[in-house]
Design a protein around this ligand. Structure first.
Ligand code: ACM
Ligand code: ZN
Length: 749
């Protein structure tokens, strides 16, 4: 086998039929002939005992043979140009895997297990695979704070991740909501910090704890358990990177050792069960030497337990409100000749960073660590938005960076049509979106591209209560992330990926790992055409799915969805995906309700989210404000005009609104209704005010603003003006945050 051929062939598409491997290999060629796989897979060569164990973990019978005997699988670890690289050849007589290092050998064996699982009549096709990853850092972040997960559940994720050739597990061990690692020098971190009050509400709605309330939710990992996890992961070529958050996201530490906070704080601080409101602004005091010593002491134990070359120092979302008021922090700013609190964070991170680096480790920080003019080098983890903070900093400074952009690889987001998903934050990142993710921009220089270490899927667990909830959000998206991290740049075919995915998923069932089937659910879009009709578009990201559309209207036969459908009257539609003869995913019911405004055009010039079409599309929104059915105005009053197409007599107008103060959505304080004829001369028809006490509901709630008991003739244009009531009031979890006002539909009788 000539391995260097690979360099030329790397971007060549896969050839042959047996290419159902995830992540997609760089090069694969099917050859004539096949290999009969025997009952027992015999292995000889480098690391053969470990390889036999690896095969056994997959349920195969395997044994290691002495050198010189004739095995089914011959292994060799020798000089290859790249880490993690391997080459695999199947001939009618056996299999050989050559690799540049033990990790490469491990990956070659993982690929082989997928080939064997897909054997037909016990035979695998002869082939050659030349493979190596696109990125050296192929990561998965697990937040074990918001949702505590027993070590055995983490091991399950490690197992699957290793089969996907993921090689970094970033463990988010500390935050406002818990401290999960035993620190022998500071026992209260786990006696106090690992436990919080157990509130039944969803994360953003959970009230802060009161002093003396029982703290019953939580848990932590002993150092022994973590060492065991580290070894377990290392055996699967995964490095566990510990993250200790500082100076913010540290309320659990401060609840355990209140002296870590600025002295300006004179209130009870408990481990937060939710977002925390003003308490999330409680961060470590950068003015006290004792805080720095605490962090160094903690990191000594962390570095002792985790041999990882990288230590993650957090550094994100530090609210500097208390630092502004703290005499010690201000003194530090003066003593160190710093410009402001942002530079104080830069100085704080520099102190800790140089300590960790003096121990021979490298550090990673969330991209906010770039704000405070840091002097010590760090690897930047780009998370905000599309990751541009990290990209810009890397371009300016040459710093190494890792991309886990919230908009592309945060698994906390919805993975499919939101009506079917468990409640969570923000918008959608589908399996397909993750598969398509390519962090490298076209305008990057080769040097810039080389600074990029790799990509990571990040699982924040605020909305999870069980390990199964976590796994549901992680899988199958981690499989797509692994593919994006491994396959050559510019390659990756979506249909081939889902076919390979289908072969992989039974492993999750076998390993008792929960996963989502959201890729089969249907996303609808209903758009008003301006002429009183509405166009329905239906989309399922599975390229092989067929969608059947049925209606409850007399005489309407079910049809296979082939193109957008124009709707002219009220009806209930049911959409169902199938693949072959199998029904897949959940049925989508659409109650389309026509009224004189339905299908009419909306002019909403100052809208913030672009979903003005939702107001007249004949369908109501769900309690999820991000389900594409809510027209939203952020931090401003709303105004829009609907053109009914001709002058009409109207007697009732209803405007549907949503409130959820914990997601920064308020009800409008006042809604005014105006009408105009063809002359565009508007007259006030009515005005509704909503009491202050009801403007900021603490849970998702809809309310219809009803204008009735009037008759208006000759109305062609309806104008709505709605007043945003302003930021979330003090004392609520999102206090001070600007609010949205959101409407799903305007209905006219
Ligand atoms: C982050 O999501 N705050 C890193
Ligand atoms: Zn301070």
């Amino acid at each position: 086998m000539n391995f260097f051929l690979y360099i030329i062939l790397a971007a060549t598409p896969l050839i042959g039929t047996a290419a159902n491997i995830v992540p997609q290999p760089a090069f694969m060629e099917v050859r004539p002939g096949s290999l009969q796989v025997p009952e027992v897979i015999t292995v000889a060569g480098d690391n053969s005992e470990k390889v036999a164990e690896q095969l056994q973990r997959h349920g195969f019978e395997a044994s290691s043979l002495q050198q010189g005997t004739d095995p089914l699988l011959q292994t060799i670890v020798n000089d290859f140009p790249h880490p993690d690289e391997y080459s695999l050849e199947v001939t009618p007589n056996g299999v050989s895997i050559a690799a540049g290092d033990k990790a490469g050998l491990f990956y070659g064996v993982e690929t082989l297990t997928q080939l064997i699982e897909q054997a037909q009549d016990g035979k695998i096709e002869c082939c050659v695979i030349e493979d190596r990853p696109r990125f050296g850092y192929r990561g998965m972040m697990l937040d074990v704070v918001r949702c505590y997960q027993p070590i055995d559940e983490i091991k399950k994720i490690v197992d699957v991740a290793s089969q996907l050739k993921i090689n970094r597990l970033h463990l988010h061990l500390t935050d406002d909501n818990g401290w999960r690692m035993e620190i022998k020098q500071y026992p209260k971190l786990t006696e106090v910090g690992a436990w919080r009050v157990d509130r039944p509400e969803i994360f953003p709605a959970r009230a802060n704890p009161k002093e003396g309330e029982p703290t019953t939710y939580g848990g932590y990992y002993t150092q022994e358990e973590l060492r065991d996890l580290v070894a377990y992961a290392a055996n699967r070529h995964i490095t566990v990177i510990p993250e200790i958050e500082m100076p913010a996201h540290a309320v659990a530490a401060i609840a355990s050792y209140p002296d870590l906070a600025c002295p300006v704080l004179d209130e009870f601080v408990g481990v937060l069960p939710g977002i925390g409101g003003h308490a999330a602004a409680i961060i470590m005091c950068a003015g006290k030497d004792s805080t720095l010593q605490f962090v160094r002491n903690v990191l000594d134990e962390v570095m002792d337990v985790f041999p990882s070359p990288y230590i993650h120092l957090g550094g994100d979302e530090a609210n500097k409100k208390n630092w502004e008021k703290c005499p010690l922090c201000q003194q530090r700013i003066a003593d160190q000749d710093l410009k402001d609190c942002e530079e104080l964070q830069g100085w704080f991170m520099d102190q800790i960073n140089s300590y960790v680096q003096s121990k021979g480790r490298q550090t990673i920080g969330w991209d906010e660590v770039t704000y405070g003019s840091p002097k010590q080098p760090m690897t930047i983890m780009g998370w905000q938005g599309d990751g541009s903070v990290a990209v810009d900093y890397a371009r300016a400074t040459g710093a190494p960076f890792i991309m886990t952009p919230a908009l592309r690889t945060y698994f906390i987001r919805y993975q499919g049509p939101q009506w079917f998903e468990p409640f969570t934050y923000f918008g959608n990142i589908t399996l397909k979106d993750v598969h398509e993710f390519d962090p490298v921009h076209q305008d990057w220089t080769p040097e810039m591209a080389a600074q990029l270490q790799g990509i990571q899927g990040s699982m924040w667990t605020e909305f999870c209560r069980t390990p199964q909830d976590v796994q549901y959000m992680v899988f199958p998206r981690l499989i797509a992330l692994a593919d994006a991290a491994w396959r050559p740049q510019g390659s990756g075919d979506w249909q081939s990926f889902v076919t390979a995915l289908d072969h992989f998923l039974p492993r999750l069932d076998k390993a008792d790992v929960a996963y989502a089937r959201s890729m089969y659910n249907i996303q609808h879009t209903l758009r008003p055409n301006g002429d009183g009709t509405v166009t329905l578009t239906a989309e399922c990201i599975r390229p092989d799915a067929e969608i059947t559309v049925s209606s409850d209207k007399e005489g309407m036969e079910p049809v296979i969805y082939a193109a957008p459908i124009v709707l002219r009257e009220s009806q209930t539609l049911t959409l169902q995906a199938s693949v072959g003869d199998s029904i897949k995913g959940q049925p989508l019911m659409l109650d389309v309700d026509f009224n004189p405004a339905t299908g009419r055009s909306v002019d909403a010039k100052n809208i913030s989210n672009g979903y003005g079409y939702a107001l007249t599309n004949g369908i109501r929104g769900s309690l999820r404000n991000s389900d594409f059915e809510w027209a939203g105005w952020h931090n401003r009053d709303a105004a829009f005009v609907v053109d009914l197409g001709s002058e009409q007599t109207i007697t009732k107008v209803t405007l549907g609104a949503l409130g959820n103060a914990n997601l920064c959505i308020a009800f409008p304080r006042q809604v005014k209704l105006y009408g105009a004829g063809d002359d565009w001369n508007f007259h006030l028809i009515g005005s509704i005010s909503w009491p202050t006490s009801k403007l900021y509901p603490t849970d998702a709630l809809t309310h219809d603003y009803d204008f009735s008991l009037f008759t208006a003739n000759g109305v062609r244009y309806i104008r709505i003006e709605a007043t945003n009531p302003g930021p979330v009031p003090d004392g609520m979890p999102r206090e001070g945050a600007p609010t949205w006002i959101c409407f799903d539909e305007i209905m006219i009788n």
